[in-house]
Design a protein around this ligand. Structure first.
Ligand code: FAD
Length: 337
């Protein structure tokens, strides 16, 4: 039944995002569990750079379908759904996986509607048995409940996964990946939507998955008023603001700013965690962060296990001290060649 699993690559500015590697790992696991010798195919739209495509083989893909269709600067849901549905009828995959992202929230239902197949969003687990019956688990009610969905894999479903539950396999040394080029033509007159402009967000409001620097505030920061210190630090260092779940539950930040199991999975170069205890449900969301700085008043706080730099102290005192040193740091940076 599971002969060819398709993965729709998540891309940004000509680069395949790491979440796609995790999806390849998930697809390989599904094939191993089913005992079938199937194939994992990654469909990449709008990237021709060979090194970006070859890397998918190193992550466990058997085939890459590289789709070129004129100038594509971002995921245009309607256009991509048309392209993918045409390719789907040509290649007949067993199921289609994508990451749960703002782009897939637009693309996934459009594609499923064109294929007249179910769309399962935000899965955290998936099993498919010999008869092609799939069991997907996904979180509902803001992560307080799980629901299990049972459906037949015929017609092939479109399923989006929570990126935070995905684990890449690679890089693998033994790879043999076939790259296939497709040049579909879609009559623009068929499309009802067109993206005219993509407006870059203020770094503080930037999509957390894209941010290079993130300042995360937790319950230890205090209420709405005290939280302004987190925004000030983020602004001073050109970072985005994220929060732990209690901060979102208290409406200090909107849900799309939540990091963790039920929020976003992020991988910034620098993450500063302020007044968070370091619960597993939060830390699972920033496993890919390169450098983690933690500020917590309790020296035994779990967050310090994940920190490259641990600062024991009150956030309301430590952050102003950090900010006071920033101009000096900037001066030192300017001295670098
Ligand atoms: C199914 C499920 C899914 C979940 N998903 C998520 C998720 O996606 N993201 C998430 O964040 N949580 C999630 N949670 C909740 C998670 O278990 C924790 O409860 C939550 O992460 C705790 O948030 P916190 O660290 O801000 O608060 P707390 O655990 O209350 O920690 C506050 C910390 O601040 C420190 N502190 C207090 N005052 C100060 C001060 N003045 N200066 C410095 N430090 C101070 C304290 O020492 C403490 O360590 C989930 C839970 C469940 C059950």
């Amino acid at each position: 039944m599971l002969e060819n699993i398709w993965i729709i690559a998540q891309t940004r500015e000509g680069v395949v995002e790491k979440s796609t590697f995790g999806l390849i790992g998930e697809a390989r696991r599904l094939l191993t569990d089913s005992g079938k010798d199937g194939q994992v195919t990654v469909v990449v739209i709008g990237i021709e750079t060979k090194s970006e495509l070859v890397v998918l083989g190193c992550q466990g893909a058997d085939r890459v379908i590289s789709v070129q269709c004129g100038e594509v600067t971002c995921c245009e849901g309607e256009l991509h759904a048309e392209i993918l549905s045409n390719l789907y009828h040509k290649h007949h995959p067993s199921c289609v996986l994508m990451c749960q992202t703002p782009e897939s929230i637009d693309l996934g239902p459009r594609l499923a509607a064109l294929l007249d197949t179910p769309f399962i969003s935000g899965a955290v687990d998936l099993k498919i048995n010999d008869q092609g019956v799939a069991h997907a688990i996904r979180m509902i009610a803001n992560g307080y409940l799980y629901e299990e969905l049972i459906f037949h894999c015929s017609p092939s479903p479109v399923i989006s996964f929570q990126p935070s539950v995905l684990t890449p396999l690679g890089p693998l040394s033994d790879t043999d990946c076939l790259i296939i080029s497709e040049h579909p033509h879609i009559d623009p007159a068929r499309l009802k939507t067109k993206i005219l402009q993509v407006i870059a967000a203020n770094p503080e409001n930037l999509n957390l998955e894209e941010a290079d620097i993130i300042v995360v505030g937790g319950r230890g920061v205090g209420g709405d008023e005290e939280f302004s210190i987190i925004h000030e630090l983020a602004e001073a260092i050109g970072g985005s603001v994220g929060g732990s779940r209690p901060v979102i539950d208290q409406d200090i930040l909107p849900f799309e700013r939540q990091i963790g199991q039920t929020g976003k999975a992020v991988g910034p170069r620098l993450l500063i965690a302020c007044g968070v205890s370091g619960a597993n449900e939060l830390t699972v969301g920033f496993e890919d962060a390169e450098i983690v700085v933690a500020i917590n008043i309790d020296q035994r706080a779990r967050i310090f296990r994940f920190a490259d730099l641990s600062i024991v102290g009150d956030v309301q005192q430590v952050i102003p001290l950090l900010q006071a040193r920033l101009p000096e740091y900037q001066k030192d940076r300017n001295r670098l060649p």
